[in-house]
Design a protein around this ligand. Structure first.
Ligand code: FPP
Length: 246
């Protein structure tokens, strides 16, 4: 039976899109073919998430650690990314989706940054879903950069060390302005966070599926969202307190 459309959706959905390489290797194909097929899954998930009314979708597209992959794969991924963004911007406009990027953009090739700048500028006025691409992103790197920026502001006298709270710290992260993810999906059977959104995932519900990203279908997506619907999010409280509404 096909899964139904859930009525309780995450406001912010984050996804670790894993298993492109294994999908390709299992079929004796080059790893980049797996990434190309993965980009088709990205199109489906973006479209469905926006149709369902999910407000924020964050995709782990390239990690700080992915730079150490073979140069040929890195180059192919950068080319794929550029092509995807160029091709999809018109659809983002039609669907009222806004592009956002987190991660160390200084490490990305100039042509990728230029493509991102155009896409971000063109979609800046869109008021629907915010699609955040995590590129050259690492959670520890983000936290240490935030600490550097915060220290600079303290040293410049803009704030005092005693002003630093959880909320203030959050504004120094790349995700400042985005709510924390409610739900994280990771494909391919790996049960790790892999340096993704370390601060922001503190109370996120986690979902792991054995399906490789290129094989992640609409039905698998709905199955994951239905699983989210059944989770009780207590944020450290008891069930009893939640049921009584306090
Ligand atoms: C993980 O699979 C995936 C990546 C490192 C890159 C993700 C990229 C895409 C889904 C395609 C392009 C992205 C966009 C936004 C258009 P893996 O290579 O680590 O797989 P493996 O663990 O099986 O080797």
């Amino acid at each position: 039976m096909d899964p139904t459309v859930p009525d309780k959706l995450p406001t912010h959905l984050a996804i670790i899109m894993d298993g492109n390489g294994r999908w390709a290797q299992q079929r004796m194909l080059k790893r980049i073919v797996g990434h190309q097929r993965g980009a088709e899954t990205v199109k489906m998930v973006v479209e469905q998430a926006s149709l369902l009314g999910i407000k924020y979708l964050t995709l782990f597209a390239f990690s700080s650690e992915n730079w150490s992959r073979p140069a040929i794969e890195v180059r192919a991924l950068m080319t794929l990314l550029k092509k995807y963004i160029r091709q999809e911007t018109a659809r983002m406009m039609r669907k009222n989706i806004r592009y956002n990027v987190i991660g160390n953009r200084g490490e990305l090739p100039d042509d990728v940054n230029q493509t991102l700048d155009v896409a971000i500028r063109e979609t800046a006025g869109n008021t629907g879903m915010v699609l955040t691409l995590a590129l050259s992103y690492g959670g520890r790197q983000e936290l240490s950069m935030a600490a550097t920026r915060l220290t600079r502001d303290v040293l410049a006298g803009k704030l005092s060390a005693d002003d630093i709270t959880v909320d203030l710290f959050g504004t120094y992260l790349d995700t400042g302005g985005l709510p924390d993810p409610d739900f994280l999906i990771r494909t391919s059977g790996e049960m790790r966070i892999s340096n993704f959104l370390l601060w922001q995932l503190a109370y996120t519900e986690l979902y792991f599926t054995d399906i490789n990203w290129p094989d992640f279908t609409i039905n698998e997506f709905l199955k994951a969202l239905n699983d989210f619907q059944s989770r009780e999010r207590r944020f450290g409280k008891t069930s009893d307190q939640l049921n009584k509404g306090n």
